[in-house]
Design a protein around this ligand. Structure first.
Ligand SMILES: *[C@@H]1O[C@H](CO)[C@@H](O)[C@H](O)[C@H]1NC(C)=O
Ligand SMILES: *[C@@H]1O[C@H](CO)[C@@H](O)[C@H](O)[C@H]1NC(C)=O
Ligand SMILES: *[C@@H]1O[C@H](CO)[C@@H](O)[C@H](O)[C@H]1NC(C)=O
Ligand SMILES: *[C@@H]1O[C@H](CO)[C@@H](O)[C@H](O)[C@H]1NC(C)=O
Length: 388
């Protein structure tokens, strides 16, 4: 603005100079008049040459030469400030996994932050496409801005965007095809973690799916996670065919059979453990090669690796409730007809587990799997049971 105002002043100054010179010229001797005519001639020639040049090279090219320098000024301001090191400007980058994981593995060495850092929970949704239970989550997040971040990893073919009023708006990350029980599933989880790590304020990382619901209000969930000494990831030593039975001696020397763990993929981990997962190459290679169906890598890779790296930081249990009581390879899915008062009582009722080494009755903060048809009855019962 300032420079433009200056320019205008300069221009009007020039104009008045030309006018006064023209007035004087009437009384000036011939020689001077000749000089003025010569000057005007030169001006005319210059104008003609300019018009020719514009015709030749186009007006656009001249404007284009001006426009980017203005844009780059704005961009430069954003790029040069600290902001870009605190969190990314836009989640949709075009880094490859290799580039992203490398970038996400960077850790500041000065422990005191030069800005006010409020630790956030990153809610990472690994989905096929839509989020049918989104209205429930919207209500869960409402009023807690600044304490959470959301990331969505849908199948790449899913392109629908949320309305701009939604907490899910523009929270999608660049995704890739994933298959259940394959390494591509763990890669998608790492992709979510790596993108979430780029926001320095994310301290805890929760993996969810489109069929998950929260069981408590946000402030309760936040406190429960914040005050826990351990990260919540299922990790147990199952001596049976679906546990140790899936171990291969080829895992040696990285993993011996006593370190082999199993657990559901729905974890909550802190920043330190998230970094271990994102920076790992050694275990990734072993598991991609030697844990293939019927070894389901998403049930073993993270629990085993984190047990080896940081057993003392693990609660060894998940905070996402899953009902396996109906039997079969897939957990129960609850629809409209299942959501009754007695179901809700059962969901919350009568449990005991360890929290910071003491028994507690609240063992789960989230639950799955819920069908889209469960939304309406859940919405009605939410104030009474979910507490929001
Ligand atoms: C990545 O995005 C930037 C800006 O959007 C673009 O200039 C660049 O060519 C892209 N790189 C790749 C490899 O697609
Ligand atoms: C959240 O839930 C807890 C326990 O369920 C309750 O004590 C608390 O008052 C609730 N907080 C809000 C803000 O609703
Ligand atoms: C979780 O299991 C590991 C061994 O796998 C153990 O060292 C650790 O203490 C356990 N965590 C808790 C909270 O008991
Ligand atoms: C809860 O568990 C206790 C002991 O395990 C049992 O006596 C009680 O009946 C149970 N309550 C309900 C509501 O299931």
């Amino acid at each position: 603005m300032q420079s433009r105002a200056l320019l205008q002043m300069e221009e009007s100054g020039k104009d008045s100079a030309v006018v006064s010179r023209a007035n004087q010229s009437r009384v000036l001797p011939r020689r001077l008049l000749f000089l003025v005519v010569l000057f005007l001639l030169l001006c005319f020639t210059f104008s003609v040459v300019s018009i020719f040049m514009i015709k030749q090279f186009g007006v656009n090219s001249i404007f284009e030469a001006v426009k980017p320098s203005f844009q780059s000024c704005v961009l430069e301001h954003q790029l040069n400030s600290l902001d870009r090191w605190i969190k990314p400007l836009d989640l949709m980058h075009n880094m490859t996994d290799e580039e992203l994981f490398w970038r996400a593995s960077m850790v500041p060495q000065i422990k005191k932050y030069p800005f006010r850092r409020v630790p956030k929970i990153a809610f990472m949704f690994l989905t096929k496409g839509p989020l049918p239970l989104a209205p429930l989550w919207e209500r869960f997040f409402k009023g807690n801005e600044g304490l959470y971040s959301i990331y969505i990893h849908p199948l790449p073919s899913y392109q629908t965007e949320f309305p701009s009023s939604s907490v899910f708006y523009k929270r999608r990350i660049p995704s890739q095809l994933t298959e259940w029980g394959r390494m591509s599933m763990c890669d998608a989880e790492k992709r979510l973690l790596a993108n979430a790590l780029l926001d320095i304020s994310n301290e805890w990382f929760v993996l969810l799916s489109e069929s998950c619901i929260p069981l408590y209000n946000f402030s309760y969930v936040y406190k429960y996670i914040k005050r826990s000494r351990y990260s919540f990831i299922g990790a147990f030593d199952d001596p049976g065919p679906f546990g140790r039975g899936r171990y291969s001696e080829n895992m040696l020397p990285e993993v011996d059979i006593t370190q082999w763990r199993k657990g559901s993929q729905w974890f909550e981990i802190n920043r330190k453990l998230a970094l271990y997962l994102v920076e790992d190459i050694r275990f990734h290679q072993k598991f991609s090669e030697f844990c293939r169906p019927a070894c389901y890598v998403d049930e073993h890779y993270f629990p085993t690796m984190l047990t080896i790296k940081a057993a003392n930081l693990l609660a060894n249990r998940s905070i996402t409730y899953t009902d396996w009581s109906r039997g079969g390879p897939h957990p129960a899915t609850f629809g409209r007809a299942d959501i009754t008062e007695s179901f809700m009582k059962k969901l919350y009722g009568n449990r005991s587990c360890l929290y910071n080494d003491h028994p507690i009755s609240v063992c789960f903060l989230f639950a799955r799997k819920f069908a889209p048809s469960a939304l309406e009855p859940l919405f009605l019962l939410a104030p009474k049971y979910l507490g929001f």
